[in-house]
Write a new protein. Sequence first.
Length: 280
Amino acid sequence: MPGSEIYEHGVTFPHIPDSVKAKYAIDGLYLRPFGLSEDDLDIDFNHESRPQLVTQILECCTIVRQGRITDQAFFWDLTIGKRIECLLNIATFESSSVLSVGVRCLSEACQEQMEVDISMSEFASLQNQNDDADDFMVQVDSENLRIRKPTGRDQIEWQKLSLPDEDAMAKAMIRNLILEVEYDEIPDTWVQAISETMEEVDPLVNFRLLTYCPNCGEECHYELDLEQLSLRELHRIQRDLLQIVHRLASRYNWSEQQIISLPPWRRSHYLTLVDREESR
């Protein structure tokens, strides 16, 4: 990842917008891998609120040089795009900072299954293009609108809304993000214009992947939910860790805490010994 420093157990936290940095005066943050701590087993991936789940993971895996962040509000004030970037970093530790995405060719004559690798450096480069801007301008009809980027806190508030359809929800979200002026009604023409600009300034939120099928050469466009893909990978890591705990506890009668406290390389070594004995 550009500008990141590798630590013994993680990488530096992605660039924090100046407004958030000034509010919390937090420095020296880094992200650790998921699946190394007993706390990681306490994460419930069946949580009904995805924003809550993401915040729990970020809080769990964010380390300060002198301990843990005690104010959870820090994570809620991060933009959705920044939260996704952090989540991607945590989810790709095991795969050398590469996210592998399985897609199918969109050509009806081909439909070849393929795997596309996207590096964290590519994600970070996209995110960093507009990282320091908390808001942006959009010209729609005769209006110049100043729009702020949505945060995790916005996601929680939007979950409380009970609206009849996606169009009404989109307008309510946009109304909430417009700065300086309040509008009772959001015209239909504004929704698409603001959404398109939002994709440019916060590209990880509604991520679009362009790739070519190696089988037929077809150009394929995909919309990917990077947050969901990251959570799916982290859930897999947790299930693998639970399986390791089960095998070592069954073999050595160690407690969950004893097994988790072992360095990963020692766990792997004991698993290799168990495999050898079981294969005899």
